[in-house]
Design a protein around this ligand. Structure first.
Ligand code: SAM
Length: 259
């Protein structure tokens, strides 16, 4: 029986599994974490290449089936747990490569947990196409708080789309594969990060309005003062949130954290 809340759309097109695993650039020295191995569409491809793989599967029945099939536990360890509650400390020392055909309902919280875990060097993830486009956007209608939260921690790249017919059962929407490379050092200090989130939340709270007024109001500054910040950073004063590039939000956060 399929459990809808667990996003169980299993990949049935082996050429897609191959492309996803290939994009992770795994070699015989790689340590890999897979979230939601399901029936193993990616896992078996990973096992051909990696030194060691850890797989975290929430579904008791699938995890049990997987555990039974493990022939060499020094190369594959299966944990029957919800990844959102999983203690990543269990995995020991990295670095890790992360792969997942993400359960769509919890894809974003899973990525957020990963982005706060500085022990992986590369990740390849399948998500709904619409979410994947938001993750990688740097301007325009798909661009928003999600894109900027990811940008702060990682470089994101959209690799390819996957049609519903590649899954069993077929989902209602198309999917896409993204690669994330976590940044080695933070782009902002902690205090600057707090301001960054405040200002992007304010700017995107009303996408059709000009960002300058929304940010000024949220930070308790006058329009005139905020115009000066925008001018110093060469940001057009009439920009809407979706017209301001990620680098400009970073610069604004740095400048405004001195307040
Ligand atoms: N990797 C398999 C594939 O590509 O065919 C399965 C992908 S399926 C979209 C998502 C998998 O994640 C399912 O096996 C599901 O049971 C598992 N899952 C769902 N929520 C989870 C969670 N919170 N933690 C770990 N695994 C989860």
């Amino acid at each position: 029986m399929r459990r809808p809340k667990l996003g169980q759309h299993f990949l049935r097109d082996s050429s897609v599994s191959f492309r996803i695993v290939d994009a992770a650039k795994i070699d015989s020295s790689s340590q890999v974490l897979e979230i939601g191995p399901g029936k193993g569409a990616l896992t078996f491809e990973i096992l051909k290449r990696a030194k060691k793989t850890w797989a975290v599967e929430k579904d008791n029945r699938l995890a049990a089936r997987f555990k039974e099939s493990v022939l060499d536990s020094s190369r594959l360890e299966v944990f029957n747990e919800d990844f959102l509650n999983f203690d990543l400390g269990t995995l020991g020392q990295g670095p890790f490569i992360v792969l997942s055909n993400l359960p769509y309902a919890v894809g974003i919280p899973i990525l957020q947990k990963l982005l706060d875990w500085p022990v992986w060097t590369r990740g390849v993830f399948m998500l709904q196409k619409e979410v994947a486009e938001r993750l990688v956007a740097t301007q325009g209608t798909d661009y928003g708080i999600l894109s900027l939260s990811v940008f702060l921690r990682a470089e994101a790249e959209l690799l390819f789309e996957v049609s519903p017919s590649s899954f069993s059962p077929a989902p209602k929407v198309s999917s896409a594969v993204v690669r994330l490379i976590p940044r080695k050092s933070s782009l902002l200090q902690k205090s600057e990060e707090d301001i960054f989130y405040r200002l992007i939340k304010a700017a995107f709270s009303q996408r059709r309005k000009m960002a300058l007024g929304l940010i000024a109001k949220n930070l308790g500054l006058s329009r005139l003062e905020m115009e000066r910040y925008f001018a110093n950073l060469n940001i057009h004063p009439q920009s809407r949130a979706e017209d301001i590039l990620p680098e400009s939000y970073l610069k604004l956060a740095r400048a405004l954290s001195d307040l």
